[in-house]
Design a protein around this ligand. Sequence first.
Ligand code: 3H9
Length: 699
Amino acid sequence: MSDKPAVSSVQKGDVLLVLVDNPPVNAISQAVRAGLKEHVEKGMKDAGTKAIVIACEGRTFVAGADIREFGKPPAGPSLQELLNGMEAGDKPVVAAIHGTALGGGFEIAMACHARVAVKDAKVGLPEVKLGLLPGAGGTQRVPRVAGALVGLDLCTSGRMVPAAEALKFGLIDKIVDGDLREGAIDFARTLVGKPLKRSSQQQQPFDAAAFDKAAADVLKKSRGAMAPAKIIDCVRASTHGDFKEGEAVERKNFMELLVSDQSKAMRYVFFAEREVLKVPSLEGVNPRAVTKAGVIGSGTMGAGITISLVNSGMPVTVVENDQAALDRAMTRFKSTWERDVKLGRIDQATMDKRVALLTLTTQFEALADVDIVIEAVFEEMKLKKEIFGKLGKIVKAGAVLASNTSYLDIDAIGESSGRPADVIGMHFFSPANIMRLVEVIDGGRSAKDALATGVAVGKRMGKLPVVMGNCDGFVGNRILAAWRKVADMMIEEGAYPQDFDAAMEAWGMAMGPYAVGDLAGLDIGMRRRKEFAHLRDNEKRDTGAIADAICALGRYGQKTGAGYYKYVDGKRTVDPLVTEIIDKVSKEKGITRKPISADQMTSWVHATMVNEACKILSENIVSRPLDVDIVKLNGYGFPVWRGGPMQEADRVGLDKVLATVKDVHKVAGKGFEPSSALEWMVANNKKFADIKPGDLKGK
Ligand code: 3H9
């Protein structure tokens, strides 16, 4: 720990410059609160001081409360007490913002009498992403200054607002071009002797109907999360009555959220997303230098990967079989960026730069001097082996060769290149330019620095790379395959797709499995089942009959207008024909259908996820439970407020989860045996939160 005080101050003529210095992000620890109180009070009392400026050392203005302090006994002064005292003072206080003023940091700024910022600064209230709400006046001061609709948007989206937009909303008073602190001091002097603008005393016109509509939209999207409804309460309270009343509503709601399982889970996710990047097996390994990339294939996945690479500023050579495919790809790239220009996300010059980073060719030889190649062709081993055979000869020594396969054996692909140490898996998720997850796979013979390069390139693309070993389906699809089979089994036993989807969505999943199946297309699974029919283990329960019967009618999902559901004008509706098919299959299998409760559906799915994850941990495919959580949260629509399947299992209790796994096994049979690692954990009274990297290896 540094000896430097978290807060100091320096006199600049008649202005006191108060400086927060609490690396890395100036989070509001107890020392920061106490220091701010001391120095602001000093400035307020000192006769020679006419105004106060609060600024920060390091890379950012205060980025919020110290999340690690939540759950510990509170230590004064409280942030509200500090901010209310500061705002009530009779000398102007100005916030000088650089970097990101977030959460409690932005609340500090809002309690100042004015705010100035550099032009690339951002402000925001991201507490909702931690299952919380702004708890130091943010839900009250922001709408009082910028209006209830803006306040609702900021508090419920948690988005970062660029300085120019914040200026438009009145949340920032001035953008400073030159030196920020000088600019803030000058601005503070202009306020001396004038009536002070206190955010808590402002009020904006309120359109109740527009607010109700916006609130209803928020609730529709909240998928079981508690915080948005409570935020709506608080922002509504800011529109009537006095500040104190609104503040009391905020306090009550904040305290309820702070102790909730949801917030606990989301705070865990915040740290897990950072921890996942610190891969134990790659500690101290430097990535190889990457300045140019190649992508093979420009279908949905290849195009998404290319866009994401180019958006990160990387020159990319795209290889396709024929010119027509390349032309289609170019149209797709351009339309994506044109849309970004239209939405104001980028300017035309940025779009032009991006287009200039592309080289589109039918010649594999053009990949000779790239530093990484990502192959994204059709999921077929023969084709992949052929491509990696070529790459092994053409691409320069030291380059990383990655395959975007979703389940094929990376080492088998690596062998065909003649240089398996350079070969890794990089499994992206569709749409690859949007989805954050990338599974980085160690084939078994992949070099450590090749894996570190996959992680570095993924990070540069703004993704969350999770490093793992080689197995069928890797982490994400392997767990998906297990629980999907249990879902199909429950459909044979008594549930219907619409009930199953409704139960999963009510539980918080982004979409139910049958709606997802229709969206992705049922023909892919049907073809896989046919292709691998000869490999099927007859001792394992076969659950493909219903899907096969549906596909046999040419119902491949949404693209054919029908699948598990019927699509009328794009709207999903239940089809009695599917109900008939399901009843018929159950009868043919000799199953007497009986109702299955929503609770059984979700608990069986969840327990199956955890059981398969324990097998994955025992095989050391990944070494930490958090790796599994990050995969399921970022690639498979698992509700973030449950923190991922492993965090949720700790909440439910592992003994209960194991009991459910045993129930599933009785019905599902071979392949669904309880994991010995899970049994070990229950026998030893462990939680996933206790597990250190590698603890479950071989268990
Ligand atoms: C709040 O304010 C509640 C109030 O309304 C009410 C109070 C009564 N606390 O992300 P990075 C750590 S709730 C503790 O890699 P970047 C982070 O774990 C808070 N630690 O950097 C990491 O540690 P390590 C509302 C924090 O440059 C290191 O700092 N605010 C906190 O990519 C670097 O972080 C938020 O939710 C924190 N608040 O991104 C903002 N923040 O090196 C949360 C970071 O050991 N923070 N750390 O892994 C962020 O969004 C990003 O950190 C930020 C920088 C954009 C600031």
